[in-house]
Design a protein around this ligand. Sequence first.
Ligand code: ADP
Ligand code: GLC
Length: 478
Amino acid sequence: MKKILFAASESVPFIKTGGLADVVGSLPKYFDKEKYDVRVMIPKYMCIKEDWRNQLTYRTHFYMDLNWRKEYVGILELEYEGIRFYFIDNEYYFSGPSPYGEIYADIEKFAFFSKAVLSALPLIDFRPDIIHCHDWQTGLIPVYLDNFRYGNEYYRGIKTVMTIHNLKFQGTWDAKRVQDITGLPPYYFAPDKLEAYQDANYLKGGIVYADRITTVSNSYAEEIKMPFYGEKLDGLMNARANSLSGIVNGIDYEAYDPAEDRYIARRYTVDTFRRDKVKNKMALQEEMNLERDHHRMMIGIVSRLTDQKGFDLIAYIMDELCQDAVQIVVLGTGEERYENMFRHFAWKYPDKVAANIFYSEPLSHKIYAGCDAFLMPSLFEPCGLSQLMSLRYGTVPIVRETGGLRDTVEPYNEYEKTGTGFSFANYNAHEMLGAIRYAEQIYYDKKRDWNKIAERAMKKDFSWGNSAKQYEKLYDQL
Ligand code: ADP
Ligand code: GLC
């Protein structure tokens, strides 16, 4: 039995700000239980819903040195859907209104978490063969592990995998400060180790010290070796190319299932969607106070409202797009200028645009189920889960050909009658509008073909099965 510990800053169903939580919380369920014991460790944030916090059982606690500080580390646990979750408790670090706050505070918070993960192991009776780290928040784990190994037999032989969900976020801060926070010897603060461009860089530390590095799609694994996507670490990605691979994300096919979904007005399957899916659109039109017209093409967006997701392209052509026979339903939060942009257009075109500037799991499901198309014109996209959810619900994605979007959405070919969505190549607003209008044309003039696209989309398999196998293989190689 191989023992694997996931360490991450978020996980469904407890706490989620983006796709990272979906992956960390759902992937462990899909490993072969006979051969892999996969457990998960995350912080016990105060902002985890009380319902969940009340279900955790206290396991033990200890005090840990963090350089000159001595910090309380509580360990709580919960078994959920067959997976054991551990929660690291410290009220000073994890009491904010959301998992992340100011970067200087997060730098200390996740130094604490990373060291606490390693320090907790001997007390929970679970010595992992592999620690699987996710994103910059856990980048210091392989570094601390390297440091721990010198003095402590227990840690020798534990391997690490570092998965990059987003290279844009690296966790960088002044090297002197980080040295003071972490208590790591000066030796680690060098350009071939933790340091990048004079600052300490957590993700870089993880990439340098991990035994294997993965990212969440094949295309992104290639892209980050180039300056445009490399976020100034493309040199390092090239240097570690032999240890780097892409494993595409899946989604939880039980949580996202149009045949079983409790949040949607009318459930449907690949056999009934032609008749029943539209009921969800009508319910959504009602709820969003849009014009009640079941013929109208409805385009959905569920997203963090940031530059990464291509919202400057959308802002640029919104007025033009709103001249077309479409409705647009947005659900998202993020940068104020994009929040206000959508509020503005919802005010200007009340029959056509609905702006929901908040976070809502139920509404996200209603959008995946109710819309005809889903727009995701990302500037870069390591994998993207929203387009996978759309495919699953027969909601045709319109995407830019980058990263995981390129790997998971096959562009429609009207001559060969293939494809599961629409796409465009260049980061250009009118190229995007061209793709949307092409989709409109198929939707309105060739409804049969449109339904075939939706059918192929629903039949695609992006459940975790396949990708979990690839992670298993990777673990076996270690
Ligand atoms: P990223 O991780 O870059 O934000 P992904 O596409 O991988 O992008 O994952 C986004 C996840 O967050 C999806 O599960 C999506 O449904 C969800 N999501 C994003 N914004 C919201 C929101 N405002 N309300 C509900 N769910 C949201
Ligand atoms: C990141 C990426 C997204 C990916 C998610 C889960 O947030 O932005 O593309 O799907 O992580 O891996």
